[in-house]
Ligand binder design. Structure first.
Ligand SMILES: Nc1nc2c(c(=O)[nH]1)N[C@H]1C(S)=C(S)[C@@H](COP(=O)(O)OP(=O)(O)OC[C@H]3O[C@@H](n4cnc5c(=O)[nH]c(N)nc54)[C@H](O)[C@@H]3O)O[C@H]1N2
Ligand SMILES: Nc1nc2c(c(=O)[nH]1)N[C@H]1C(S)=C(S)[C@@H](COP(=O)(O)OP(=O)(O)OC[C@H]3O[C@@H](n4cnc5c(=O)[nH]c(N)nc54)[C@H](O)[C@@H]3O)O[C@H]1N2
Ligand SMILES: [Mo]
Length: 759
């Protein structure tokens, strides 16, 4: 029998074709103007050999080898759900009693899957909050630096996360768009919660057709689609601030700094302006590699054309990542473009689907957050510091955060062995807790480094709602196939542990899956209705499979009220103005984040590289979402002899005698991995590109420093904070060396289960 069922993933809504209890194919959502090719991997993933078929416990853990023992090298012992539930409940209760609620780390960062009820992290955090609380994390790997910085500068994160100036407005008014880090098409494949409409590429195409000139300022020409006809300004990674400063220098020379706007809408110009005196195009050219004439031409174009300025999120995931973002705001302020129709500055137009594509300002359905009575947290990328330094403190945004002694870690819906930098450091720190619990559908590198592994269903095995605040559609997600193996929904697994601990009813609120889905939909429907738009009732939604949220009537520009009258509509900064100098940050007296935009040379970059070193950028993968779907055919087809591709310029390959298809060992003092060589002649010499997401596969599991045979660049990237203001990640500031791999190729073993022993 063949069934067609609606469902959703972060990379698109789809209809699953189900034959005899198996998903055989998924078909793109009919209303999606540009569906993502990643959908081709979905049927592979649901029935993959790497699915976790039942609960497991690490052998060493069962034998009492807990805190201080390496993880990742042991066999796993299959156990029943009853036993796994009892072990976890007893362990959680013991740790809370002996070490306090703050000894449980439940930050559980990660993208999880699209459905909003079964959102694994939200489920886990609700469960932990109702059980007494937990230490958590704040901000996102995506833009942690900007999230902490921008409120000081603009009083808001709306330019990063919120409703940014729309493509329609840019199309109508801007003539030039400077894109630091480009507008990479691959990044538009996803929206968190589901991409019903991939509006991203069509929106930029329309703007270009209407006369917008796009300037791709990036080491890689491929960061804009060829048909956008963008100008390419190759730049050394980590040097964008210097280029921005030289453009600012030229604007002053041209008499095009908007002194009136700077006086009425900003503070700190009197300090920033003199600091730009020596920031000439010649100075910047030596740092950035951008010719003097190009810098002068960019300044002249900005002086005469209405402009939008943007930087990709990657630009701030680098050493001193605060500086390019702050300086880009300063540049927009100098142009007086902030709040002018279709102009100004915003971040991430090239980073995710839905930035600047229009939908009405309405809420999105989600599981409401449950208050957490433990007040302890870390900035998200400081997980290794937390585990290494119990009882210590961590400077963050002007405070000293106390670091609790973490005895238990619980992760559901994220993967630190994907997302964290310097995995060999993480692996050492990961031996500190007594117990690590992981809920996962697949034997990812995280599940392999856990003590107790709970097999989770995938979205295709349950009912849910798919929705993203950046998308025009809400999706009814219908269960397509029964749970695979003994997998269970995270919610049900947690409800049983809550039961063992005496709070099942508070956790479930006595609703089953469909009652929750209906409840979340109804809450959303009421909220939307209050805001002037009424979605259909649940029955209609569920049978039609989706709801369309109306588009905005008018092109939208941010900060128009502030631009028109800064006294009546001040920003939420201490001065109410754009802070080009921050008294607050000055008060923190930080060695690594001055109180105004400044040029700080990155700790690792081509400026300090040895002759044979390359700057490695670890990009978002075109063939999957982070580590998700790495087992699928789209990722597999792009690999080279099963290894993650590393893209080199033809010049760099020639220097090293390498050709397309060669396998190389990529290494630095932090670690080493294999990669398969790909060549491009539109990549800046000295730069190498490697996507994140190939599952970490150490030659000797559990042994720090072991070669990752698959190609995970996080064995190479540094785990160093951008600054003590923001504590963001600086993954992009990474130097490596290469050598051809001559020996026999070790097999990639990470896509099948780890060793399992039956006791
Ligand atoms: N070097 C380097 N590192 C980076 C970056 C970089 O640019 N360079 N980028 C960073 C960024 S921006 C991000 S956002 C992070 C992403 O890091 P993560 O969000 O942690 O990566 P994912 O692979 O998406 O992890 C989600 C996990 O949830 C699991 N999952 C899916 N559905 C379910 C479910 O229903 N239940 C449960 N329990 N689990 C489920 C998936 O199998 C997957 O393992 O990586 C960061 N790391
Ligand atoms: N297909 C796919 N799309 C995704 C994701 C995914 O995993 N897969 N992940 C999503 C997530 S969670 C996020 S946060 C976003 C991230 O979105 P981004 O951070 O924008 O994505 P990246 O691919 O890391 O970087 C974009 C480009 O920036 C350029 N770049 C890197 N460093 C520098 C620099 O120092 N200067 C300049 N000028 N350019 C530089 C690189 O050439 C790179 O191609 O992507 C989202 N989109
Ligand atoms: Mo991200």
């Amino acid at each position: 029998m063949t069934l067609i069922k609606p469902n959703a993933a972060h990379w698109g809504f789809f209809d699953a074709v189900v034959r005899d209890g198996r998903v055989t194919e998924v078909r793109p959502f009919a209303h999606d103007p540009a569906p993502s090719a990643l959908l081709r991997s979905m049927a592979d993933a649901v029935h993959a050999p790497s699915r976790i078929d039942q609960p497991y416990v690490r052998k060493g853990w069962l034998r009492g080898q807990r805190a201080g023992t390496p993880r990742g090298g042991d066999a796993f012992i299959p156990v029943s759900w009853e036993k796994a539930t009892r072990l976890i409940a007893e362990e959680a209760a013991r740790i809370r009693a002996e070490h306090g609620d703050e000894a449980i780390f439940g930050g559980s960062y990660g993208w999880s899957s699209a459905g909003r009820f079964h959102h694994a992290k939200s489920q886990l955090q609700r469960f932990l909050a109702l059980g007494g609380g937990y230490t958590t994390s704040v901000n996102a790997y995506s833009y942690a630096t900007a999230q902490a910085l921008l409120p000081h500068v603009l009083g808001t994160n709306e330019v990063l996360l919120g409703k940014v100036t729309s493509w329609e407005a840019i199309q109508a008014h801007a003539k030039i768009m400077l894109c630091f880090g480009g507008l990479a098409a691959k990044n538009g494949l996803v929206s968190a919660g589901g991409a019903g409409a991939h509006d991203y590429i069509p929106a930029m195409r329309r703007a270009v057709a209407a006369g917008l000139r796009i300037v791709n300022i990036s080491p890689f020409r491929g960061d804009t689609e060829e048909d956008l006809g963008a100008d390419w300004v190759p730049i050394r990674p980590g040097t964008d601030t210097a280029l921005m400063m030289a453009i600012a220098h030229e604007l002053i020379a041209l008499g095009r700094a908007d002194e009136a706007f700077l006086a009425t809408h900003c503070v700190g110009w009197d300090r920033l302006k003199p600091s730009l005196a020596g920031r000439t195009p010649e100075w910047a050219s030596a740092i950035t590699g951008v010719p003097v004439a190009t810098i002068q031409a960019l300044a002249r174009d900005l002086a005469r054309l209405p402009s939008m300025l943007t930087a990709s999120w990657s630009v701030q995931r680098a050493d001193y990542g605060e500086q390019p973002y702050w300086m880009l705001v300063a540049l927009a302020a100098m142009l007086g473009s902030i709040g002018q129709p279709g102009q100004g500055v915003a971040f991430g137009y090239g980073s995710i689907n839905g930035m600047g594509t229009s939908r009405r300002d309405l809420p999105s359905p989600s599981l409401p957050a449950t208050p957490n009575k433990v007040q302890r947290f870390i900035p998200v990328a400081r997980i290794a510091d937390l585990l290494e330094n119990p009882g210590g403190t961590l400077p963050f945004n002007g405070r000293d955060l106390p670091l609790p002694d973490i005895r238990m870690v619980w992760w559901a819906g994220g993967n630190p062995f994907h997302h964290h930098q310097d995995l060999n450091r993480l692996l050492r720190a990961w031996s500190k807790p007594e117990t690590i619990v992981v809920n996962e559908p697949w034997w990812t590198s995280l599940a392999r480094h856990a003590d107790i592994v709970l097999p989770a269903t995938t979205t295709l095995e349950r009912n849910d709602l798919g929705a993203s605040g950046r998308d025009r559609f809400v999706r009814a997600m219908h269960q397509c196939v029964p749970p695979q193996g003994l997998a269970r929904n995270d919610h049900d697994a947690l409800a049983d542990v809550a039961d063992a601990l005496g709070y099942r009813e508070r956790f479930t609120e006595q609703r089953d899956e469909m009652a929750w889905v209906r409840h979340l939909y109804e809450r959303w429907r009421v909220n939307c209705t209050r805001m002037g738009w009424e979605p259909p009732d649940f029955e209609q939604f569920w049978s039609e499979g989706h709801v369309q949220v109306p588009r905005e009537d008018e092109p939208f520009t941010q900060f128009t009220d502030f631009a028109a009258d800064p006294e009546a509509h001040p920003l939420d900064t201490p001065t109410g103005k754009v802070e080009l100098w921050s008294e607050t940050i000055a008060g923190f007296a930080l060695p690594d984040c001055p109180p105004m935009p400044s040029w700080l040379p990155p700790r690792e970059s081509l400026l300090s590289a040895a002759e044979d070193e390359l700057h490695l950028l670890s990009l978002q993968p075109p063939t999957r979402l982070h580590g998700q779907m790495d087992m699928g055919r789209v990722a597999a087809e792009a690999k080279i002899q099963g290894r993650e591709p590393i893209t080199l310029s033809t010049a760099d390959a020639a220097k090293r005698g390498l050709k397309e298809g060669d396998i190389v060992r990529v290494f630095n003092a932090r670690g080493a991995c294999l990669g398969g060589v790909k060549l491009r002649d539109d990549l800046l010499e000295g730069v190498a590109l490697m996507a994140t997401g190939a599952w970490f596969d150490p030659l000797e599991p559990g042994v720090p420093g072991s070669l990752c045979v698959h190609g995970n660049p996080n064995v190479l990237a540094p785990d160093i904070a951008t600054s003590t203001l923001t504590q963001g990640l600086s993954a992009q500031s990474c130097l490596v060396r290469l050598e051809r791999w001559e020996g026999p190729l070790p097999p990639v073993k990470v896509h099948v289960p780890p060793p399992i022993e039956v006791e």
